[in-house]
Design a protein around this ligand. Structure first.
Ligand code: ATP
Length: 261
C-alpha cells in the first residue's frame, strides 16, 4: 500500500552552536489539516527548531522534508516558495504599499506563469478578486487602501497571514502570534488562526507559551526540552503528564494554568 508522505517532517534534525546542542535529533511529522503546538521552557529550542524548518538556520545534521522531498539544502526564500510560510517576519510586507497591493503582489507572484499579454485587464481583475478573497478571510476588506505601515499591530498580523494565504503556503508557522499585542488584539489573531485551521487544508505549527491558547487551538502538542523532543500527544494528556508538569511547567499537579517566561 502506498501511503502519502506527511506535508512536513523533520528527521533527526540537529543544530549545534559551538558545543551547545540547541536542537537535538528531533524527528516529527506534521499532517495536513492539523495544528501542532510546540511548547517547552525558555531556551528549550522551539524558535531554533522553527528557524531550521523555515530555513533561517542550516542544520548541523538531519533533514527537513516537504511532501517527502528533501528541502534541507534550500535557503529560506526557496523554502517559502516551496510552501513553508512563516508568519510575522515583517519582511513579508511592503510597508509603503497598500493592503490590497501587498496581497495582489503575492497573488501575482504565485500565478506568474501563464501570464497572457492580450488579456491584461481581465488578468488584473482576477488578481484583485483573488486578493480580495484572501483579505475577506482575514477581515481586512475595510482597509484595502491603507498602507501596511499605517495598520495597527493586529491588522499587520492579519495582513501577513493574507499574504501567506495568497502565496498558497501549505505550512503556516506562527511563533508566539500574540506576543506584544494589546488585550483587544489578541482574540482577533487567535480567531484568525482558528478560522484558517477550520478549513483543514493547511498544516499549522505554533510556538506558544500561553497554555490557554495552546489548549484552545492545538490538536497536538510536542514538548521540547534541552533541544530534544520529550513528549508528544493530545493537548490535555500532554499538559497533564508528569513530565510536563514537573519539568517544563514547574508546577506538578497544579493543572498547568500558566506557561512560563
Ligand atoms: N544563534 C545562536 N547562537 C548561539 N546559541 C543560540 C543561537 N540561537 C539560539 N541559541 C541557543 O539555543 C538554545 C535554544 O534557544 P531558542 O531561542 O530556540 O529557545 P526557545 O525554546 O525558543 O526559548 P524561548 O521560549 O525563550 O523563546 C538557547 O540556549 C539559546 O541560547
Amino acid at each position: 500500500m502506498i501511503t502519502e508522505p506527511p506535508v512536513l517532517s523533520t528527521e533527526a534534525l540537529t543544530i549545534r552552536f559551538g558545543g551547545h546542542v540547541a536542537v537535538d535529533r528531533v524527528s516529527c511529522a506534521f499532517e495536513r489539516g492539523t495544528l501542532t503546538a510546540i511548547v517547552g521552557p525558555n531556551g528549550a529550542g522551539k524558535t531554533t527548531y522553527f528557524n531550521l524548518i523555515s530555513g533561517q538556520l542550516r542544520s548541523s545534521a538531519g533533514r527537513v522534508l516537504l511532501f517527502g522531498r528533501d528541502v534541507t539544502g534550500l535557503g529560506a526564500p526557496r523554502r517559502a516558495r516551496a510552501g513553508i510560510g512563516r508568519a510575522f517576519q515583517l519582511t513579508n510586507l511592503f510597508p509603503d504599499l497598500t493592503v490590497l497591493e501587498n496581497v495582489r503582489i503575492a497573488v501575482q507572484a504565485r500565478h506568474a506563469s501563464g501570464f497572457d499579454l492580450w488579456s491584461l485587464a481581465t488578468r488584473r481583475r482576477e488578481l484583485i478578486e483573488l486578493a480580495e478573497h484572501h483579505l475577506s478571510r482575514t477581515g481586512l476588506l475595510d482597509r484595502l487602501d491603507a498602507t501596511a505601515a499605517s495598520l495597527s499591530h493586529g491588522d499587520q498580523r492579519k495582513l501577513e497571514v493574507a499574504v501567506l494565504l495568497a502565496l498558497e503556503s501549505e505550512v503556516l508557522m506562527f511563533d508566539e502570534p500574540t506576543a506584544g499585542m494589546s488585550v483587544d488584539e489578541v482574540p482577533l489573531v487567535l480567531d484568525l488562526i482558528q478560522e484558517i485551521k477550520a478549513d483543514r487544508s493547511k498544516t499549522i505549527l505554533l510556538v506558544e507559551h500561553k497554555m490557554d491558547v495552546v489548549r484552545s487551538l492545538a490538536d497536538r502538542i510536542i514538548v521540547l526540552h534541552n533541544g530534544a523532543l520529550v513528549a508528544e500527544g493530545a493537548p490535555e494528556a500532554v499538559i497533564a503528564s508528569d513530565i510536563v508538569q514537573q519539568a517544563y511547567l514547574g508546577t506538578a499537579g497544579s493543572g498547568a494554568g500558566a506557561g512560563h517566561g
